[in-house]
Design a protein around this ligand. Structure first.
Ligand code: ATR
Length: 291
């Protein structure tokens, strides 16, 4: 099922995911399947890129219309945009870029936070009595974001936008403080988080790399500290069951997998690239078949 393009012609719109390494990416499978099911004349390639600026200067034809950005190029991509969406500007990183068909300018967006927040909201809606009857189920909740890197920034920003009370917990306090000040939240260290139990029903998101394969025996927060959380999300998706999510479930919290963030951002980007509704079930099934 390798990529499975439609026939490529003069009108075919070229897209791709820019990263390094990139061979492991599941995105080409998902996007090509989604484009095909929509009869959209587009392809989506894995693009192994050293320098984003050099790449964009070289591949500047009007038919190269859309890019996703992955590790380690989300901030480099941000610097190469002609225009930047206000949400991406506030976060300081992009997750995708689209060429304007009229003037050829490249505009950057960040949909990372949309994907993650949508997954968390869906998880909260599934909990009894957690919907507050108006707006987002995150509104008014204490939302603890572990990590203050690119993904941490996106989650803290997204949580704040939904009306949550955001707490940024990071290994180094300075980075937590800078991010908390930027979004209007509180900052603590990861070590302090172990004794942080101000109320029940808090929501926890991990954006640190702690627990990612191959260090699957690690967790950013001890199990004993999980008892006041009603829902725990982990941005890591290899493995699907991190130690954090396993211990969260054992502690009685609902869990939201990193794959949900990945899928939700794929849905949004497919729609942005093709201008057509994403076939969500097909994208979900394609990921399941290719993992
Ligand atoms: P991403 O773009 O995926 O968010 P990143 O920008 O490299 O990645 O950020 C990594 C985050 O994981 C940071 O918050 C980092 O904490 P520091 O700011 O203190 O470096 C956190 N992190 C990485 N390894 C960690 C570890 N072993 N323990 C705790 N936090 C860790």
């Amino acid at each position: 099922e390798l990529y499975n393009f439609r026939q490529i012609g003069a009108d075919t719109k070229v897209h791709g995911v820019i990263g390094n390494p990139i061979g492991h990416s599941k995105s080409p499978h998902l996007y090509n399947a989604a484009f095909k099911s929509n009869n959209f004349n587009g392809i989506y390639l894995p693009l192994l890129v050293d320098s984003v600026a050099n790449f964009l200067n070289t591949y500047n034809s009007p038919d190269w219309v859309g890019y996703s950005y992955t590790i380690p190029h989300k901030e480099a991509g941000f610097k190469c945009c002609d225009e930047i969406d206000p949400n991406a500007k506030a976060i300081g990183a992009i997750s995708c870029m689209i060429r304007n068909p009229i003037d050829g300018k490249l505009k950057g967006y960040n949909v990372d936070y949309l994907g993650a927040i949508a997954a968390i909201e869906e998880g909260l809606r599934g909990l009894n009595g957690s919907t507050n009857g108006f707006g987002s189920p995150l509104a008014g909740k204490l939302f603890v974001v572990m990590g203050a890197g690119g993904a941490g920034k996106a989650l803290a920003y997204g949580g704040k936008q939904k009306g949550a009370r955001v707490v940024v917990a990071n290994r180094s306090y300075d980075k937590a403080k800078t991010l908390a000040d930027k979004v209007g939240g509180e900052a603590i260290t990861l070590a302090e988080l172990e004794n942080f139990h101000p109320e029940d029903g808090m929501v926890l998101a991990n954006t640190t790399s702690v627990g990612m394969k191959p260090r699957t025996d690690q967790t950013p927060i001890p199990k004993e500290a999980l008892k006041n959380y009603c829902l725990v999300f982990d941005a890591i998706y290899t493995p699907k069951w991190t130690r954090l999510l396993t211990e969260a479930q054992e502690s009685g919290a609902a869990v939201v997998f990193g794959t949900e963030m990945f899928l939700n951002q794929a849905f949004v980007q497919v729609e942005k690239f093709s201008g057509l509704p994403a076939n969500k079930q097909l994208i979900r099934d394609t990921l399941a078949r290719n993992t």
